[in-house]
Design a protein around this ligand. Structure first.
Ligand SMILES: Nc1ncnc2c1ncn2[C@@H]1O[C@H](COP(=O)(O)OP(=O)(O)OP(=O)(O)O)[C@@H](O)[C@H]1O
Length: 597
């Protein structure tokens, strides 16, 4: 499920990096200016100290110069404070932008995002990697400012004496190569490290989602081992990072002091020849230290490498194309739905194969078929939760892809088998939709979904926090149904949304749901014969095609159709054909009795 790091391509990474840098904008420019000012002050200090030392050695008045040195030191402390604040806020601003931007993108991608990356890995990317990628603008600004120190140090050495700069420049290429290889090696192992972290997060999220199964199977230890299986890889990548950093530090501590010594030796010779004063030798030693001070650069480079690798992982998510929407609006209508030669693939397999299906406006169609026949996929396609690989889907004559996002979501309401219940309170949860439902609409929808009774029994009724509301699977389904009812729309799609209800409640809800309503169309994914029997017509999915569209009673005559519901061949003329006809109200018990069909 996890993608390779380069699958989004370097161009996607660069484009996101540029966007992140733009976010840092003004703060990063200020940070660069503050950093450069600090570097300039740092460069000025050795000259001031050197001159002050010369004055003191010559017993000349030096009070003003000592004051100047103290002033520069104070300025350095102030600039350092400003840089910390600017870098912290620039990081936070860029991180916040990345999280906002990518969270919106992930939600626009919908279920495809989780299918492509896995829920845990997505969370790791949007939380951990976004924070690392957000440090890029600050780190880049700090790196540019830090670069000014060696450059300024060399210029200052040249001003003291060109020989000093020449000695430094002779050894500088070695330092440059060292930094380049450090940046390259760090990027590679940091990317590995982040990728393995993402895999661990993905496995952990799967396990959290499957707590009950894991406990019931008694495989906690095995699951722990599975989640942490990539730890050795993580450890290898971590050790590799330390090795790269250690190697760079070792080379730096060898090359930099040697260069420093060479500059000092030449400065000593120049002092002996009276071309430099003692103070200037002091200044030269400080400038040489500044020029060879790769420590700050190594730190900033390591931060940038981490940020770059993290940006690459975020760019992979961003490169996944989100579905586009048109600007179209729906004509007046009652939700006529048409699928024309719709083909949909999953996992490389054709699940729906050139499906043609029409649901006349204002009618109810039940979709039945064996497990895995593609019923849920068809339900997702019908309201454009996903797009087909080929073919067209039209609502009241308009291609779904041409509709404006808000128009589509207002027109189609969904209820699911295991509904997610976002929202702070139960009231919010039911009102959750493109246009939040009014309190009166929420209560009316809850009554129709037979949720009102149990909601009223909650400690704070509709104001109870959803997270604190104890509820069974059937009660959750009723909340999901209430949300769909409160939302309205011309097409109502129920993907097995009654499956956890007891037969009495299911019967009562179905009565409400299937009361003829010429203003809206209903598409029900049905596993129970009772549900199929109540629909106007049934579409029977088999082997990726619509095998037949007819009433349940007509289809029930076929043994293979009955087999879809687990009923034997002898039941062909049973009450399932007649007694469960839509509009026949034999009572809940009668319905429960025919459930065996
Ligand atoms: N993301 C996916 N990757 C690979 N295969 C998938 C994916 N999603 C669905 N499928 C496959 O597509 C087929 C149709 O799935 P779907 O959920 O639509 O079936 P269904 O008819 O609703 O089944 P059920 O009645 O068991 O809920 C199944 O074989 C399923 O394994």
């Amino acid at each position: 499920m996890n993608s390779s790091p380069d699958s989004a391509g370097p161009a996607a990474g660069r484009s996101l990096s540029r966007a992140v840098l733009r976010q840092g904008g003004a703060r990063c420019a200020a940070l660069c200016a503050v950093g450069t000012a600090a570097t300039a002050a740092g460069l000025l200090l050795p000259a001031l100290l050197g001159h002050t030392l010369d004055l003191l050695l010559a017993r000349a008045p030096a009070a003003r110069w000592i004051g100047g040195c103290a002033g520069v030191v104070a300025l350095l402390a102030l600039l350092d404070g400003c840089a910390s604040v600017l870098s912290g806020t620039a990081d936070a601003q860029a991180t916040a932008w990345l999280r906002r931007h990518l969270t919106g993108h992930v939600l626009a991608l919908g279920p495809r995002a989780a299918a492509r990356f896995g829920a845990g890995d997505l969370v790791a990317r949007l939380v951990g990697n976004a924070a690392q990628a957000g440090t890029a603008p600050g780190a880049l600004a700090a790196l540019l400012a830090a670069l000014a120190a060696p450059v300024g140090g060399v210029v200052a050495l040249a001003l003291l004496d060109p020989y000093l700069a020449a000695v430094f420049l002779a050894g500088a290429p070695v330092l440059a190569l060292l930094l380049r290889s450090f940046a390259r090696d760090t990027s590679a192992c940091v990317a590995d490290y982040q990728r393995v972290q993402g895999r661990i997060a993905g496995a952990l999220a799967e396990a959290v989602g499957g707590f009950r199964t894991i406990r019931a199977a008694g495989v906690e230890d095995r699951e722990t081992a599975r989640i942490l299986a990539p730890l050795p890889e993580l450890s290898r990548a971590g050790h590799q990072m330390w090795r790269v950093q250690g190697r760079a530090a070792a080379r730096a501590v060898t090359v930099a002091p040697l260069l420093n010594l060479a500059v000092l030796a030449v400065a000593g010779l120049l002092l002996a020849r009276h071309r430099l004063s003692v103070g200037e030798v002091l200044a030269a030693s400080r400038y040489a230290a500044l020029a060879t001070g790769v420590g700050a650069l190594v730190g900033q480079l390591a931060t940038l490498a981490r940020a770059r690798a993290a940006t690459g992982r975020l760019a992979e998510v961003r490169a996944e194309p989100a579905p586009g929407y048109g600007a179209g609006r729906l004509p007046p209508g009652n939700g006529r739905l048409e699928l024309r030669a719709v083909t949909a693939l999953r996992g490389g397999r054709t699940v729906l194969d050139r499906v043609d299906l029409t649901v006349p406006g204002g009618t109810t169609l039940a979709v039945v078929g064996r497990s895995g026949a593609g019923k849920s996929l068809l339900a997702q396609l019908a309201g454009r939760l996903t797009d087909p690989d080929a073919g067209d889907i039209l609502l009241d004559g308009v291609l779904l892809g041409d509709l404006a996002h808000a128009e589509l979501r207002r027109a189609v309401a969904y209820a699911f088998e295991r509904p997610a219940l976002p929202g702070t309170t139960i009231e919010d949860t039911i009102a959750f939709g493109p246009t939040p439902a009014t309190p009166a609409a929420v209560r009316s929808a809850a009554r129709r979904a037979h949720a009102d009774d149990f909601v009223r029994r909650l400690p704070d009724g509709y104001a109870t926090r959803t997270a604190d509301a104890p509820r069974s699977g059937g009660e959750s389904q009723r909340l999901g149904l209430a949300r769909a009812f409160a939302h309205g729309g011309r097409l109502l799609i129920l993907d097995d949304a009654l499956s956890s209800l007891d037969t009495v409640t299911e019967h009562r809800i179905a009565q409400t749901l299937l009361t003829p309503d010429p203003s809206r169309t209903r598409l029900l994914i049905a596993h129970r014969a009772t549900t199929a029997a109540r629909a106007d017509r049934v579409a029977w999915l088999d082997a990726g095609r619509v095998r037949a569209v007819a009433t349940h009673q007509e289809l029930w005559r076929e043994a293979e159709y009955r087999a879809v519901f687990g009923a034997g061949p002898e039941n062909g003329e049973s009450a399932c054909g007649a007694g469960m006809a839509r509009g026949t109200d034999g009572g809940a018990e009668a319905e429960a009795g025919t459930e065996a069909c």
